[in-house]
Design a protein around this ligand. Structure first.
Ligand SMILES: Nc1ncnc2c1ncn2[C@@H]1O[C@H](COP(=O)(O)OP(=O)(O)O)[C@@H](O)[C@H]1O
Ligand SMILES: [Mg+2]
Length: 142
């Protein structure tokens, strides 16, 4: 599926719609250059899970944790940004395996090193720039 987003709000809305298809245990890679809307999309996913905390980019701290809801059950949502990570092994040091359990959802910006660490490709959403200043292309193939 290839979506064209024409505003930041549009991308948030697409994230919210996308969240409806997610379930506990999912690990999703968010791929694309800086500024293509990955973090905005995560804001929408968090909205879909009725997260109350403010969603910010975890670029400098690698991972943020949010508490979401699936109906009346709580679910942890981990939001990674691996832009500043050096090697896949650093994920082991961070305790990555503890974040990827069956009772949480993992959303990973810059997922290449996570794929290397896990040794398998992740389900991915791909973001890119469109024509106008505020146009973004969102591709979902799963
Ligand atoms: N259609 C759009 N979708 C998402 N963000 C947009 C869009 N148009 C403009 N923007 C701007 O682009 C930037 C996207 O930032 P962000 O979501 O942090 O990107 P990334 O996480 O991919 O680096 C924001 O400043 C946002 O206001
Ligand atoms: Mg980001």
């Amino acid at each position: 599926m290839r979506l064209v987003s024409r505003s930041e709000e549009d991308t948030v809305k697409q994230g919210e719609l996308y969240s409806a298809g997610l379930k506990a245990g999912d690990i999703i890679g968010l791929d694309g250059n800086l500024g293509t809307g990955k973090t905005q999309f995560v804001k929408g996913i968090a909205k879909g899970f009725r997260v109350r905390e403010i969603v910010n980019s975890p670029t400098f701290i690698i991972v943020n944790e949010y508490e979401g809801h699936i109906e009346n059950r709580l679910i942890k949502i981990f939001h990674f940004d691996l832009y500043r990570l050096g090697t896949p092994a650093e994920l082991g040091t961070l305790g990555f395996d503890e974040y990827t359990g069956e009772d949480s959802i993992c959303l990973i910006e810059w997922p290449d090193l996570a794929e290397k660490y896990l040794g398998k490709p992740l389900k991915k959403v791909k973001f890119s720039y469109g024509k106008g200043e505020n146009e973004r292309i969102i591709e979902i193939n799963h």
